[in-house]
Design a binder for this molecule. Sequence first.
Ligand code: PMP
Ligand code: GLN
Length: 397
Amino acid sequence: MAVMTSSARPYLNRRLAEFGTTVFAEMSALAASTGAINLGQGFPDTDGPEEVREAAVRALRDGRGNQYPPGPGVPELRAAVSEHQQRFYGLSFDPDTEVLVTAGATEAIAATTLALLEPGDEVVALEPYYDSYAACVAMAGGTRVPVTLRPHEGAFRLDLDELRDAVTDRTRLLLINTPHNPTGTVLTREELTAVAELAVERDLLVVTDEVYEHLVFDGAEHLPLASFPGMRERTVTIGSAGKTLSFTGWKVGWVTAPPALVAAVRSAKQYLTFVASGPFQYAVAVALALPDAYFDGFREDMRARRDLLATGLQEAGFGVYRPAGTYFVTTDIRPLGETDGFAFCRSLPERAGVVAIPNAVFYDDRKAGAPFVRFAFCKRTEVLGEAVRRLTALSAG
Ligand code: PMP
Ligand code: GLN
């Protein structure tokens, strides 16, 4: 999946042998060493709301969260997550038994897979997959079974027959991600209904990574899988302050699920970080209660950036899949006469002073992902403008 550095190989165990340095670390290091504009790793180049930063400072000064917070998360944040699910989706979760705070969505994914999988269990996941899914399934001794989203009328779409065919008697989990990184696809009501029906029919657990829940554009709607019939009792939903509030370095994430599933995930989580991000948990509790204007403004702002970058990339000659969600745009480099996204991304800093991510790293079937390259648009408009200028010069030259 990822690029192996020479230092890891002699010691890394077999489960992790294919996972060296993550592509995000490699590409951010490349950006730093070349001074290129980093549209690779998905992090905003401006922080979230000032009042939320201030809430973190206050918590730290007031001595809240400077020592180990409670294992499940501070009560204020669990209440805020519960209220958030109610306010946006009408879903009701008991803050004491059905909410768990994690060290980012990353730990939520790790704890969930480690808690729920027996060695040999199969996990059906949408390909291209976010890189930590494959590594976490491997660490848990599971086997990943990809269902590939394929280009269709300008977007990467799920083939429901392929999804059904991927489920076997060994399948334990469906691992869903909507809005989807890296393709920007937002699963529709029809698609999610079919996923839910399949999960119920085959009695599967479902893990749904919804960290981009507030980043949906052009009237697309984010529909939590837990809101579909028969799903609440079998679904672990994952959210993150990194994405929703633009504080990726705080590493505050959360899980909502029925009590027995939360308890299982907590069992694994307590031996990973035990707890994390004490003062930041209080600040995120403040942030989740911000008025709708914050969430609407954030979405609108990102939509404008999406348009700037997507249009710029199109004009620079890339094939562009304009995303319905997330802050990533996937492009096809074949119109530029290129076929290998990896080689393209490795040479792009030198050729154009821009860093991007080769989507191939998110595929088991590297060939299927080879011509696709992901650019992040969660950057200041002047940065995006400059990146577009550089990329236009590349295709002109
Ligand atoms: N899931 C997806 C789909 C992501 O893109 C990311 C990265 N932002 C994560 C999980 C990890 O989130 P966090 O930074 O909260 O650990
Ligand atoms: N989720 C971010 C992305 O897809 C990166 C997070 C990380 O570096 N692990 O770009």
